[in-house]
Write a protein that binds this ligand. Sequence first.
Ligand SMILES: [Zn+2]
Length: 458
Amino acid sequence: MGHAYTTTLADIIARYHRLRDVETYLLVGADENTEKVVRAAEAAGKGTQEYLDGIVRGFQDLFSKLEIDYDQFIRTSDNGVHWPGAMEIWRRMVRSGDIEKRTYSGLYCVGHESFITEKDLVDGKCPEHNEEPQKVSEENYFFKLSKYSKRIEEKIKSDELAIIPHARKNEILALIARGLEDISFSRPAEKMSVGIPVPDDPTQKIYVWGDALANYASALGFGRENDELFKKFWPADLHVIGKDILRFHAAIWPGMLMSAGLPLPKSILVHGFITSGGKKMSKSLGNVIDPNALIAEYGAEAVRYYLARHISPFEDGDMTQESFKGAYNADLANGLGNLVSRVLKMAVTNGVSIEEEKLNQNISSAPELAHMESYEVNKAGSAIWGRIQKMDQYIQVEQPFKKIKADLEGAKKDIRYLLAELYAVVALLRPIMPETSKTILDLVRKNKMPESPLFPRK
Ligand SMILES: [Zn+2]
């Protein structure tokens, strides 16, 4: 659900900008070079690549069901696309004098994919993963991140690198104020069965974040012969991430880019977690909500709708089977779906139609979508549904279906107004519910009633 949320949110933002004629490139992908993957593949009795292919197919399948209109899906195991860029960033960091070989001794938690400290342990175990960390002493290349603390802090304070929302900006600034430490950026090759070899030292492989974060540049061709996309689209306007990876994106990644002499992304939108019934989704609690199952039951547009309208991108959100069903019935079956049927029924019965409104113009000037500029997709959703409710109220007050007998011209005027409002709603819905928007537009154009309810009651 977390992945579905991040990606749907990014897709809505990208669609909104495309509709405003902003040239847009939406990158999604999978971070694959991790020891967790190797262990999971072993547990599943599969080869690493076979296992990864299965995981990636699962994501691509989900993204396609969710109508994610991405331009590229990057896989960090792709040595043709991703590796040259990651290696070029590494080489540049070496040239800046920021990569240094040190001996590292510490406690390594495989679940965390990182070293953890003694004081994090409970009864000698990592409390999060309930396993004993491995005592490790090894040669690592370190990235001298501490050197960039001050500069990263300045970029974030000044919003040159905007961290959204404000609470997350404060959180990362507090963390940076305590001082950023140099971090291990490679591990011995024999301990990593996957991963990118360190340039000029095959005994080491680039370690998780040095590899994964580079994808934003490598995807666009950085480090490859054809880097036109990189020249055109870098720096990225926006990264969309979950709050658990804030530190990596707002501290390590800017540090890497500064070291490599590359511009920083302009902003990072940090969303919260989706809980269920106020609790973290977990198999043992039995409260895990599978987006695939929701899509099968309610359709992808309903899932996009719920994520957009009922989960705040700025805070933790909650969803249960009940809250989803409740929102579906109230807002989609009884709300939008019913409204479309009522308006079109009146229009068709009385032979009323209107010229198509200019939909893109509506997108640019609509106050409902002003919230999209600050990425508050949920507020945009509420504002759109406010407009839908106003249409319902209009029908209740004016009662055009009754007016017809006494005042045909008055009734037709009401219906024309309602059709114009439907065009407006179609335009507003496009980023959030692209298919529903198309369906309604088609019905209004053809002056046709839907053959079956757009959103059957559940
Ligand atoms: Zn752990």
